[in-house]
Design a binder for this molecule. Structure first.
Ligand code: NAD
Length: 346
């Protein structure tokens, strides 16, 4: 048996958003499979994914920066940190709300070996798990043919692209946003993307929900603004990606699936509010992993709500995929001498 390679300081690479996008473009199915596999390794305990840390500011109450440290095992074996800002006021100035970097750390030495632009990676892993959930939670019944996007920013666009790229097609696509400009922009994107099906912009939230069998919440609401149970009487599948839109009463009348119980019942998410209201977690049917493994079945006679908190391990998996793709094509942009003090005594 050959001796293990001696430990060495890895080179440090910087990967731009343009490179990230090129590495991920058109690979929705592959990325969805990777995200699903990573999610299963995490659920089987082969990860370290401590609670996200929320940095908030008294002088900028709507803003936050979240740190998501994580370590994933399986064949990936990589550690790292996503550091993602949300400044909702950016949107009015014409720049995206979220910006992020992802640091990848070497498994053996701990050295950071890459810094990647990560708003695209974050949107990609979010959309990949949402598309996976839409698939698993609608198995065994007719697939939803009418989708409604409630909040139509970047995340809604990525979720649509992932549904489209993983075999979904819709007869009707509904759009609702508080901002007419966002709704029009999203409609323009849908038309350009060649999305099949009739596109309708709804001014009324109620109309959007009543007209959709699959509802995607991707707003920036800080507290619940949808609480009328009758809007859900047709038992839609709801991807509650923005986590704080639904009143606890809606959750209590639904089958609730989360990505990770400990993560999701925090930070005033709607499931967290439901736990506070009822004093228990009995309203949760289980996790997406429970559904994938057949431990939980989804009844057809009530709404289903999937609330994914978002796991740092998924960012790591997608980031490592991007890194490996660029390394394979020998196009890594290495910063020479990034780690400079390498000898203890000079
Ligand atoms: N769960 C996860 O893993 C995860 C990951 C990434 C992002 N997110 C969440 O997704 C959401 C959307 O992110 P984005 O980057 O697309 O944001 P964005 O700012 O680009 O878009 C949000 C849109 O929602 C609209 N909106 C806000 N409040 C609304 C309301 N009450 N009703 C209707 N429309 C409303 C805004 O006008 C805007 O067009 C954020 O809340 C973000 O935190 C979740």
């Amino acid at each position: 048996m050959s001796a293990p390679a001696p430990l060495a300081v890895p080179p440090f690479a910087v990967i731009s958003g343009a490179e990230v996008q090129r590495a991920l473009q058109g690979r929705q199915k592959k990325i969805m499979n990777l995200v699903e596999a990573t999610y299963r390794w995490h659920s089987a305990g082969d990860s370290v994914n401590p609670p996200s840390y929320f940095l908030r500011f008294p002088d900028r109450p709507s803003a936050r920066i979240i740190a998501l440290p994580a370590s994933i095992g399986g064949p990936l074996r990589v550690d790292g940190l996503k550091w993602i800002s949300s400044f909702p006021e950016n949107v009015a100035a014409g720049i995206p709300r979220a910006s992020a970097v992802l640091i990848l750390n070497d498994h053996d030495t701990g050295y950071p070996f890459a810094c990647l632009e990560s708003s695209i990676i974050s949107a990609t892993r979010t959309a990949a798990l949402a598309a996976s959930a839409a698939d698993w939670l609608s198995r065994g019944r007719p697939r939803p043919a009418r989708v409604g996007f409630f909040g139509t920013g970047l995340i809604a666009r990525y979720i649509h692209a992932f549904l489209d790229g993983t075999g979904w097609s819709f007869d009707e696509i509904g759009v609702h946003d508080l901002s007419a400009e966002s709704a029009t922009g999203f409609r323009g994107y849908l038309e350009q993307s060649g999305a099949a099906g009739a596109i309708s912009v709804f001014d009324s939230a109620e109309q959007l929900i009543r007209s959709s069998d699959l509802v995607v919440f991707a707003t920036v609401a800080g507290e619940p603004h949808v609480g009328d149970l009758s809007w859900f009487s047709h038992n839609p599948l709801v991807l509650h990606v923005s986590l704080r839109d639904l009143a606890p009463e809606v959750l209590l009348a639904s089958t609730n699936i989360v990505d990770d119980v400990e993560h999701c019942l925090k930070a005033e998410t709607s499931p967290h509010l439901a736990e506070q209201l009822t004093g228990s977690r009995d309203f949760l049917a289980g996790t997406l992993d429970d559904v994938m493994a057949g431990r939980v079945r989804i009844p057809a006679d009530r709404p289903t709500v999937f609330s994914p908190f978002g796991l740092g391990v998924l960012d790591l998996a997608v980031g490592k995929y991007v890194y490996d793709e660029i390394a394979r094509s020998r196009k890594l942009h290495i910063i020479d001498e990034f780690f400079h003090e390498r000898r203890r005594y000079g």
